[in-house]
Design a protein around this ligand. Structure first.
Ligand code: MG
Length: 451
């Protein structure tokens, strides 16, 4: 059965050679340009891509679409997703486009849109772009007003300079860290290595060539990072970093070669931020309570948002948050850009290690430990509603958040039940202070849906 082309609020994603074709990409580029024009923007759209072999083909098609409605295209080539967010603002562009399917397998690619603030469009504007695309109400321009195409090769430098502005590079460099970097042949290898070397670290390279031929399953989770853990042990490194193909997520391995879990990336970065900036944090409803504990210890607080990077970024801007992100290893610092950024996370972790003079395993041990369990099961709208209604009765003593499915906050943990925008499934995420309590909550949820 052909897999479906998904056009959601975060952009377009599909299978190359099957349903994501150059004609659709050109039309999508033209629809984005038409939308930008309708909201009074003009000038250039910044374009970047991850390392997938289909990237240049899509870049050419999208560029044609953008130029056809009168916008110039500034092509950054292979860059990370956060780099595009930063360059949109640095170059005062009208918007940005990232060609990436993030951590999805090689057969996929996708098109992600950014407004001139570097953030994905909120739902009502995303809907406007979608309907422009579907109705093909494209405002093509005549020959002399067609956009021009140019390239820009300083994007890595701009990005790394911005990261340097919030840390103390000399202090990190004085520690001479040895770091294994696994970029899974994505876009993060070149800037990741450059950042670490400018910070005086010795880089042990793993899959840094941006071939797009992923050396392992690209999602930076434990089961895919066995080689990284081994490389840290064998090389005697201080730590290991793993990026996903578009380098907006970071996972960490400690000096013993142990995967510490992607939830710790944001927790550790928040710990460093709160040492210096007593402000608010923002994260989504499915992210670990570790950040609440860390914030509370520093006299700070945490705002929760629906799941999705744009929700977190918008809440951060609205509340002037000093740190934010998601439990999948995505860290946002608005001083650099409103996009999850593995380079920011790497720099903050090294800075925390430099200031505390503690190895990663000791930094992790200082954070209260929880067990998080996740599952998903098939659920049409009716079953999903039944499960939510029953859960309200069973967990009636909990504090309930209704902004994204239902989240139940209990004294020793929480349960988040939410449906997917793109497939008929329900996700259940539970977290509790002990494995037994977490399993108990998950069992209760599974009983609700007759499993
Ligand atoms: Mg990603």
């Amino acid at each position: 059965m052909p897999r479906e082309l998904i056009i959601s609020i975060s952009g377009m994603r599909g299978i190359i050679g099957e349903n994501l074709t150059p004609d659709l990409a050109a039309a999508y580029g033209a629809a984005f340009g038409t939308f930008l024009q309708s909201v009074g923007k003009s000038g250039a759209v910044v374009l970047g891509r991850d390392s997938r072999p289909s990237g240049p083909m899509l870049a050419a098609a999208i560029s044609a679409g953008i130029a056809s409605v009168g916008f110039n295209v500034v092509d950054l080539g292979i860059v990370t997703t956060p780099t595009v967010g930063i360059l949109v603002r640095h170059l005062n562009a009208a918007g940005g486009i990232v060609i990436t399917a993030s951590h999805n397998p090689i057969e996929y690619n996708g098109i992600k849109l950014l407004l001139d603030n570097g953030i994905a469009p909120p739902a009502h504007l995303a809907e406007q772009i979608r309907s422009t695309y579907f109705s093909r109400s494209l405002k093509f321009v005549d020959s002399v007003r067609c956009g021009r195409l140019s390239s820009y090769d300083q994007a890595d430098r701009v990005h790394i300079d911005k990261v340097f502005s919030i840390i103390d590079p000399a202090r990190i460099a004085s520690r001479h860290r040895k770091v294994v970097l696994d970029s899974v042949n994505g876009a993060g290898g070149r800037p990741g290595r450059a950042l670490l070397e400018r910070l005086g670290s010795e880089v042990v390279p793993l899959n840094l060539e941006p071939t797009g031929l992923f050396a392992h399953t690209p999602e930076p989770i434990e089961e895919n990072l066995k080689d990284l853990c081994r490389a840290v042990r064998q090389s005697g490194a201080d730590l290991g970093f793993a990026q996903d193909p578009d380098a907006d997520r970071l996972a960490i391995v400690d000096e013993q070669g142990c995967f510490i879990g992607e939830e710790y990336t944001l927790a550790l970065c928040a710990q460093w931020i709160f040492m210096h900036n007593k402000g608010k944090a923002a994260t989504n409803l499915s992210t670990s309570r570790m950040i609440d504990d860390i914030a509370a210890a520093a006299g700070c607080s945490v705002l929760r948002t629906p799941v999705g990077e744009a929700h977190v970024a918008q809440a951060m801007v609205a509340n002037n948050c000093v740190i934010g992100g998601e439990g999948n290893g995505g860290v946002i610092d608005l001083r650099i850009g409103p996009v999850r950024d593995s380079l920011v996370a790497m720099a903050m972790i090294l800075q925390l290690m430099a200031e505390t003079n503690l190895p990663l395993s000791a930094l992790v041990a200082r954070i209260p430990k929880y067990t998080m369990l996740k599952t998903k099961f098939p659920a049409d709208k009716q079953l999903a509603q039944t499960v939510l209604d029953k859960a309200r009765q069973i967990f009636s003593s909990a504090r309930i958040d209704t902004r994204d499915g239902l989240r139940f906050d209990l004294s020793d943990g929480w349960i988040h039940l939410r449906t997917s925008n793109t497939e008929p499934v329900m996700r259940a995420i539970v977290e509790a202070a002990t494995p037994t309590a977490a399993q108990g909550y998950l069992d209760q949820v599974m009983k609700l849906c007759g499993r």
